[in-house]
Design a protein around this ligand. Sequence first.
Ligand code: SF4
Ligand code: SF4
Length: 700
Amino acid sequence: MLWVAIIGLVMTAVAVTVAGRRVLFLYRLATSGQPAPERIAYARENVGAEIRAQLVEVFGQKKLLKWTPSGTAHFFVMWAFFILATVYLEAYGALIQGAVTGKPDFHIPLVGTWAVLGFLQDFIAVAALIGLIAFAAIRIARSPKKLGRESRFSGSHLGGAWLVLFMIFNVIWTMFLFRGAAVNTGNFPYKSGAFASDLVAKILPTSEALENVGLLLHIGVMLVFLVIVVNSKHLHIFTAPMNVLFSRRPDGLGAAQEMRSNGKVLDFEEADPDVDVFGRGKIEDTTWKGFLDFYTCTECGRCQSQCPAWNTDKPLSPKMLILDQRDHAFKVAPYLMMSEEQRAHQGEDVLALLEKPLVGEDGVIHPDVLWSCTNCGACVEQCPVDIEHIDHILDMRRYQVMIESSFPSEAGVMLKNLENKGNPWGMSEMKRAEWIEELDFEVPLIDEKMPEDVEYLFWVGCAGALEDRAKKTTKAVAELLHIAGVKFGVLGPMEACTGDPARRLGMEFLFNMLAQQNIETLNEAGVKKIVATCPHCFNTLANEYPQLGGHYEVVHHTQLLSHLVEEGRLTPITPIEEKITYHDPCFLGRHNKVYSQPRDIMAKVPGVQTQEMHRCKDRGFCCGAGGARMWMEERIGKRINTERVEEALTTDPDTVSTACPFCLVMLGDAINEKKNSGLAKESVEVVDVAQLLIKSVKGV
Ligand code: SF4
Ligand code: SF4
């Protein structure tokens, strides 16, 4: 029928024009930001990894399926979008064929009459319908009205989400109306397989008019949906594959992103504050990848639900951090895209909006939000569309620290100490080797070249060398390596902080200084293999020093020790009859995926009975020290270490084990508080797994 085709094609032209204008606007807004050529270069050079990521994350929905009920529902709804595209192909085919021949009995060439395709289309539509019911049930059960801050949807645009569920529902029922009517008129391409369409046909009258109405409704709903999608959070339907394509591999964890200005890594010796961008002070300092993150957020709140800051009543929600920037970007978008001359003719209110700082008491992001982050990576790990929250946070911190000199004052002491003494406590570098005197064997100090027979450089770290509790781990590791016959040496006073706390605070300049100094020392000594006890040092040495030309084979002590146990070079023989719960350090677990080795070590110690905490491994809960938070006061909400220790105590442990000097201190402090208030057994201890191992190996 000609009139049906005319209506269908006019509707399509209008909707595509409206949606196209929006897409153009989004493209212009994103590209008005900073360039990010490294993202394109990486994707181009790693085609295999990118294809794998698309298959696993986009088509396989790997991250979403970790959240079983909602993940399964999303899996079916997402696949419905792909498979039901064939129904739309048939709908447009019928529209055209009906106009040309008068009989809309179109089928897709080659496969269009296969019962399998007909079945698949009906099956996925029914599965998506069930998925919608599951989504609705989850949204009602986990509604912010009911659960308040505990709801992962708290802060999300709830009306928009319901509208989209309603639109998907409309797509499905109009599809069955169109197909059921086509069955009755004999225009349906499938003789069998399309079980649900055949069922619907039974309750519909035979009517060409009904078929035409069904066809136009089905197309119309899709077109309205298209316009809604490009104007809503459901934009992720189109942007999620792109965001996955351009995200860092294997993920946005591990190394902090290098500091770039105008697409190039910033060279501090040549940097010019008038020309270069130092982190992110205004929304236009965001790269197009940052804008793509804004467009892609589905507002699912998985990041928020895992964030230790949010879970201890701090104002930081990683979801809202993205959404607040997105909302601001949309608000200023028309002006961002103006020429300087056009801007000059704007009123004061517009100029004020354009000048609104990204971070500040009256800014888009409150400073308390920015400084609450521990860089634990739980948000990045959980985000199903690969949004890189830590990159956003670090860029904003860089601007605050280096341009505004605005950061929690306590952290200033740490920066000064790093600059003057090479450690956060400001202690003399000569103290770095004092722990060696407490051992009954020699540890070579590497002052120039690594001797031929020394295999590993033991990177002790500031805490490991200077903090009393962490020193116990250092000595245990040294003893274990000695017993296993591993030749190692240390830098002693030649070692300086890796720069991790400076970098995570946003003081990239100081990080560069310390890193270059250490890399020079390591390269001059000819170091090839490093073992580190601190996950922050481990992460920096392994993942960040290559950015500055330092390439080493770096292992964490739990990796090396578990290997030595496996090889039989260390034999835990003395039973330790204790119930132990292990706390995953974020920079060892989530940032570097070392989950099994610390557990393997404990499993080899006779008598140890391990008990996992509810939040463990990739969903482990931070101790509160990362992201330079170790050096800041925790004034808002509940202390993160208290929350973690309370969780540990629910397992009724004799010992809490970990594998990080900072976790050791944070959890130790919280346990002591609990002991003082009578809420924990006096005997509960916090120890490193190396301490457990040496106890069993030596029998002391
Ligand atoms: S890194 Fe951790 S603390 Fe920071 S926003 Fe993400 S989940 Fe929250
Ligand atoms: S950032 Fe990712 S995890 Fe967080 S709400 Fe958005 S899509 Fe969900």
